[in-house]
Design a protein. Sequence first.
Length: 144
Amino acid sequence: MSRVEKSIPIQCDPGVAMEYIADVTNHPAFIGPLKSVANLSGDSREPGTTWDWVFVMAGVEFSGQAETLEYIPGRRFRYRTTTGIRSAFDYWVDPEDGASRLGVNVEYEIPEGLLARVQKTVVEKLNDADGVRTIENLGVILDG
């Protein structure tokens, strides 16, 4: 599996940050390649809740379903994609010097069809750049 890990200091209250992130309808606002989230089956903070997504990886559009794994208010939000692209997302907030550190860890498999078109290292570099933009976007949104 490939991996993207990013973090950033924020001044936002950890509870407010995790509440925003755990609402998956907010994700297209900070994850640039995520085109849409639809068909949410309930409260995305509840384990087992599912939703549909459309995502562009290295210029190729994929769609699938995701499922919430864990939500700990003010601490963590985890979910996985179950179809389309296999991946696991883990957002976290930890106290840091009077503020907080917000991070995201993503493990993912590059779809075989994409590897037939683009080299793995190119896809990983593009995804890493998207990870930088995602965490920076969250910093702007949450620090307001």
